[in-house]
Structures are given as structure tokens and as C-alpha cells.
Ligand binder design. Sequence first.
Ligand code: MSP
Length: 518
Amino acid sequence: MPEPFYVTTAINYPNGRPHIGHAYEAIAADVIARFHRWMGREVRFQTGTDEHGLKMARKAADEGRTPRDLADEMSGHFREMGAVLEIEYERFIRTVEPAHHRASQALWRAMETAGDLYLGRYEGWYSVRDEAYYDESELIPGEGGGRLSPQGTPVEWTVEESWFFRLSAYQDRVLQLLRRPGFCEPESRRNEMIAFVSGGLKDLSISRTSFDWGVPVPGSNGHVMYVWVDALTNYLTGLGYPDDTPEMRRFWPAALHLVGKDIVRFHAVYWPAFLMSAGLPVPQKVFGHGFILNRGEKESKSVGNVTDPIALAERFGTGNLRFFLMREVAFGHDGSYSPEAIVARCNAELANSFGNLVQRTLSMVHKNLNGTVQNYSSLSADDALLEQVRRACKDTLPAAFHELSFNQGIEVWIQAVWACNRYVDEQAPWALRKSDPERMTAVLMTLFRTLRDLAMAIQPVIPREAGQVLDMLGVPSATRRHSDFDADWFSPLVRTSHVIEAPVPVFPRLELAADAAA
Ligand code: MSP
């Protein structure tokens, strides 16, 4: 039985269209999901939209429509983004689904039964933009003497009757959890959380009475749940909670909640406390990735630098965008993108390096060997290259991806590509055609074999392009998993006289000039 692996993204607020940050998280989670499937695990990947709360209600009111109408439209754009970015999830959840209301109410009841809920009155600061309560001491000075949330968003003084969750009672247990190696990463986020919890946890207001766009609190007229309570529950809803389903048994607790650094507190502090209260196991890992900036700046409507990730993928190609984001940014840190950086990186490493290697090798096999795959006798230089590539693709890249160090894994991969390109230049197979055709065959077949390993390993990052390369090589789709590395795929191609066609370019060069005109 393969080991189960449940990975989730944050569910996005559909108060507007998706932006690059949403795309980044979706791509990273998809790379993780595909990587684990490739490693032979049974993966369940969930993403979706977080549709309740004051932010949605106000945005809809501003536009003179119902929140449901706004959510329906925008949630559609998030789905569309998933399709364009080749995000392969098992479940896209919307928090307006009846099943989700039922799950949220069941979790509420479980916390109530545990004696952790009580009715009170909230008086304090609230940021609608963050959908978060802040303690006075956390606020930072804003312009004109006003105060802002630690995220720099406006806060408003809020007074209302509210249900509270006895978060204070969980301080020690949450602290212990945060100290568990691997639970909260990266280290910087974990330290932040430890400091936050060590400073003392206050009970949390978990219902609202001043508006009604949310999941009704069971048995408490006029109260809707604080949006984060229902939002976090989505991870359980998707598995069929509160029913005892095969999915719940197989995939809970989640292996990984992938979220941005701004919402680690909700996932690594509040969420485990809710789960402990309800008697459910806590997730194995919460990872807070960094932010993607546009030329070093946060995207915002007022600055006018908001880029539609769907348009970006259409302009540069989904594979290029995915490769760029995973390669350029050290996962866990902030990173920056610009058209120039995307073009420079993708041209240097995909078009001019891997793409060129594929193109040259397959063209020569097609032309000089009549497209035939042949047995050959190797020299030590050939074996050394194959060994280096095999090690990078089979061992080093997977070990790095396992640790979520995508840029390091891809670095090792590109080093292997470069080693192949150097080998082509040194061996100059084109010059061997007349002088030593046997040696030419050995060189081309060595390269042919390295291409398979390189394409195999990069599948999680650029699934479509890697698949195209494997198709051109003739590698059967049933033998493209990590466990197939040492399988003999080569001899069958020799035996069956498989023919290599003239290659179609998979990684065309990107042009900035054409882009600027667009
Ligand atoms: N709805 C909440 C999450 C609820 S999860 C139970 C939310 N939504 S969000 O739409 O504001 O953000 C969704 C995800 O995108 C979050 O993980 C957030 O950190 C991430 N990002 C938002 N802007 C980002 C960047 N500029 N860069 C990278 N990720 C960023 O928070």
C-alpha cells in the first residue's frame, strides 16, 4: 500500500481575480504533489476558495451585488488559473458548499462539547483585509497618527457579542508542538510563532454578530462563525468530515499545509488548538513560503503593478513560469519576478541548455543514425557522464525536493544538463560521423540515455514539457516514475526498432522585444 500524502494550499479569498502570489502557492503545491506521486505515494491535493467573511461581504456591497454572486464569479477565475497552470488537484473546495457548512458546524460542536467555547463580548481591533484580530500591542504606527495591523493593513475598533474559544488553555500544548522538529518551517517562521505563543495566548473571538455572511453558529441565532474557523475546517471537509470516511482515515492528519508567511499563525497556532480541542490529530507540517514581489515591490491596485498570472502564463508559457518560480526563489524566502528575469532564466536554462541538448541529440540520432536506437560499447567518459546524471536525477534532486529545497534540486539538475552539453562539445559527435561512426553511436546513445533521466526528474516542475521529451524518446508512460529509474527501457527500444523522429522544439527561445510590443 503506498504511503498517503495529503497536501493543501491556503484557500484563496475570491474578492478579486487571482494574483501572482496565488499562482506561486498553487504551483509550489502542485510540484510537491506531483513529486510525491512520482515517488510512489498516494497523494491527495486540495485547494479552493475561502468565500465567507466581512472582506467578501464588503467587496460585494461596494459592487452592488451579493457576496454569493461575487464568489461564484471569482472562484471560477481561480479554477481557470488552476487549469492554465496545470495544477492537478484531487479536490477544489468552495466554503459555500453545504458539506462545508456541515463540517464546520460539526467541528464547532466538538469544541463546544470539549468545554472550550463560551459566550462573551469582543472589544478590540480587527483588520478586515487580514480578517484578523490584533492586540493593541501588535499595532504599528500608520500615516497621520493612525494605527495599522502588523501587516500594514487598516484596523477598526470592534465591539460585539461573540463566542470565544479558550485558546489560552492550549498555550503549553501548542508550544510543545511548535518545538517538535519539522512541524513548523522554515525555522524563521517557527521562531516567530514560538515568540508569539510564549508571549501568552488570549482567548480568541470566533463568531460575529454584525453581519451574516458566514456559516451559522449551531444553536446560536444571529451568530456566524469567524471566517477563519470555517476556512481552516476546509482541510477536513474535503475528506468527508464529520463522517468516518475512507479519505478521513487515510489522509488525516495532513502531511503538509502549504501557506504564505502571513498566515502561519492561523495554521500553526489556532488550527492545532482547534483540532486538539475537537480530539483530532494535528497536521504533520505547516510550511510558510515567502512572498513573490513584482520587481521587488508588493503588487497592489494603487501602485498599478498587478499582473494577471493567467496572462503571464499565456505570454511566457506555463512551463516557463513554473520553472522560473521554482528555480529563481529559495523556497521559504521572498523572491522577485519581472519579464526580463523570466526571459533570462528560461532562455539560459531551458531554451539554450536543456532544450538545446534535446534538440541537438535527437536531431543527430534522427539524421546520423536514421532515427534508430542502437546498442553500443561505452568508454569511461560515457559511463562517468551517465553516472553523474543518474545520481543528480535519481538521488540528489529528489532529496532536495523532499526537503522543499526546489531551487537546490533544480540547480543540481541544471548542472547535470551543463555536463551533458560540455560532453557534446568535447566529443563533437558530428565530426565522428565519417571518422569513427561507432564512436559517434556511443556518444549519441549516451546522450540519449541522459535525456531520459533528465526529463524524468524534472516532470514535477514542467510536467507537459518533460512528458513531450519522454514521448519523443519513446519512454512508455507506464515507466516514468522514480521507481523506474533502473528499469531497462533502452533494450526494448533497440529490439523493437523504435524510430526517433526529427524533434519538435519543446523549449522555444523567449523574446523580450515581442513581449514589450504585446
Ligand atoms: N483565505 C485566507 C487563507 C485561508 S486558509 C484556511 C487567505 N487568502 S488570500 O487569498 O489572502 O491568500 C491566499 C494565499 O496566498 C496565502 O497563503 C497567502 O500567503 C498567499 N499570498 C498572498 N500574496 C502573496 C504573494 N505576493 N506571494 C506569495 N504568496 C502570497 O489568506
